[in-house]
Ligand binder design. Structure first.
Ligand code: ADP
Ligand code: SF4
Ligand code: MG
Length: 346
C-alpha cells in the first residue's frame, strides 16, 4: 500500500485493433475490432492498480500487451523509463522475467498432462539462472509452501486440485522468477465466492512479502476494493475514470462508474441511495459510438457527447487541489453523485 513509489510501468496511448477480414484465399480487411483504443496509466512500485469493466471492454487485451503476448497496434509501454513496447530477443527476455501474469481460468490455463512440479518449474527452462537444474525441485517445493499448498503435492496433476488450489498453482508459477510486477487477469472470477477472498488475501500477503506491484483486473468493483490503491474504470476500449480507492468508491464523477457502483452489493440494501440500471447492451467494439463511447447508455447524454470525445482529465470545475473529486474522468458533464454509502455508513 505505497502509492508514492517510482513509476515501474508507464502506459501511453496504447491501442490494439484486431483486423476483421473477408474472403478465404484473398483476405481483405473490412474493418477492425477496437479492443483497446488509447489507454494510458502508470503503475508505481508497491501499489495495486485495479482495472475494472464489463466483459469485452478490453481488459485482457491490455494485460496481454503488458506481458508481450499481444503486440500493440500503437502506443508505448515503458518499464522503469525504458521503452519496452517493441523489444525482442535477449532484451525482451530479461524484461519479461520481471513482468509475469496470473490468468483468469485456473481450469484451462494449467496443462492437464504436466505435474504441478513441472508446471511451476517450467519458467526455469527459459531462465535457468534463477534455479539451476539440481536446485529446481527444492525451489518448487518452496513455492508450493509460499502459496499455502503442501510441498508433498509436487507430483500431482491439476485435476487433483480444487479451483482455488489450482489458482494457487498459477500464482506459484507467476512467482517462480521473482518478478517485480504481476498482472492478475481476473484471478478470482472463475472461483466460488467463498474461495475468492482467500485467493485475494493470499495475493495481498505475497505483495507484502515480495514487494510486488500488481495490475489487478476484475469485472466488478467489489472484488478490487480491498486490494487496490488506485482503480481505473474501463469502458469499450477506453478508460472512463481513474482515481484512488476513496475517489472512485466515495466520489465517482463518471456516470459509468456510478452505474457500476450502484450494482455492487452492500450489507444493508436499504442504505443504498439508488440503483442505476443501464439501458441497452455494450455496443460492438467493431463500431464504437462517436464522441463519448458511453453515450448510447448514458442518461445524461447531450449533443456534445456525440460530437466530441471527452478527454481523460480532471474536470475544470473540480480542479481545486485536494478536493476528493479532483481526479481524471472522461465525461463532459462529470459531477459527484453519491450512489453507495461510504464505509462509515454516513
Ligand atoms: N484475437 C482476437 N481477435 C479478434 N478480436 C478479439 C481478439 N481478442 C479479443 N478480441 C475482442 O476484443 C474485445 C476485448 O476483448 P478482451 O480484451 O478479452 O475483453 P475483456 O478481457 O475485458 O473481457 C472483445 O470484443 C473481444 O471479442
Ligand atoms: S460525456 Fe456525455 S455521454 Fe459520456 S458519460 Fe459524460 S454525459 Fe454521459
Ligand atoms: Mg478478460
Amino acid at each position: 500500500m505505497r502509492a508514492d513509489g517510482e513509476a515501474l510501468l508507464e502506459v501511453r496511448d496504447l491501442v490494439k485493433h484486431y483486423p476483421l477480414t473477408r474472403g478465404i484465399l484473398f483476405k481483405k480487411q473490412t474493418g477492425a475490432v477496437h479492443a483497446v483504443d488509447g489507454v494510458s496509466f502508470e503503475l508505481r512500485r508497491g501499489e495495486t492498480l485495479g482495472i475494472v469493466g464489463e466483459s469485452g471492454c478490453g481488459k485482457s487485451t491490455v494485460a496481454k500487451m503488458l506481458v508481450h503476448l499481444e503486440r500493440p497496434t500503437a502506443g508505448h509501454i515503458r518499464y522503469k523509463g525504458e521503452d519496452i513496447t517493441r523489444l525482442s530477443g535477449r532484451a525482451l527476455k530479461a524484461v519479461r522475467r520481471n513482468i509475469q501474469m496470473v490468468f483468469q481460468d485456473p481450469y484451462t490455463s494449467l496443462n492437464p498432462r504436466m505435474t504441478v512440479g513441472d508446471i511451476i518449474g517450467e519458467p526455469f527452462d527459459i531462465h535457468p539462472e534463477v534455479a539451476p537444474k539440481g536446485d529446481r525441485r527444492r525451489k518448487v517445493r518452496e513455492l508450493l509452501d509460499v502459496v499455502g499448498l503442501n510441498p508433498e503435492y509436487i507430483n500431482r496433476y491439476p485435476h487433483q486440485f480444487s479451483g482455488g488450489q489450482r489458482q494457487r498453482i498459477g500464482i506459484a508459477r507467476g512467482l517462480a522468477l521473482n518478478p517485480e510486477i504481476i498482472i492478475c487477469d481476473e484471478p478470482v472470477s472463475a472461483l466460488d465466492v467463498s474461495v475468492q477472498a482467500q485467493v485475494v488475501n493470499l495475493l495481498a500477503r505475497l505483495q507484502q512479502q515480495f514487494e510486488l506491484s500488481y495490475v489487478f483486473i476484475a469485472h466488478d468493483l467489489s472484488v478490487v476494493r480491498h486490494i487496490s490503491d488506485r482503480v481505473a474504470v474501463m469502458y469499450l476500449g477506453k478508460l472512463a475514470e481513474v482515481g484512488t480507492d476513496v475517489q472512485i468508491y466515495d466520489h465517482p464523477t463518471h456516470p459509468y462508474t456510478q452505474a457500476l457502483l450502484s450494482a455492487v452489493p452492500v450489507p444493508d440494501p436499504r442504505a443504498r441511495s439508488e440503483r442505476i440500471l443501464l439501458a441497452g447492451d455494450v455496443p460492438s467494439p467493431a463500431h464504437p459510438p462517436s464522441g463519448c463511447r458511453f453515450r448510447t447508455r448514458c442518461w445524461k447524454a447531450q449533443p456534445k457527447c456525440t460530437a466530441e470525445v471527452p478527454p481523460l482529465e480532471i474536470p475544470e470545475w473540480f480542479r481545486e487541489p485536494g478536493g476528493p473529486a479532483a481526479h481524471v474522468s472522461a465525461c463532459h458533464f462529470a459531477e459527484e453523485r453519491s450512489v453507495v454509502p461510504n464505509e462509515t455508513g454516513a
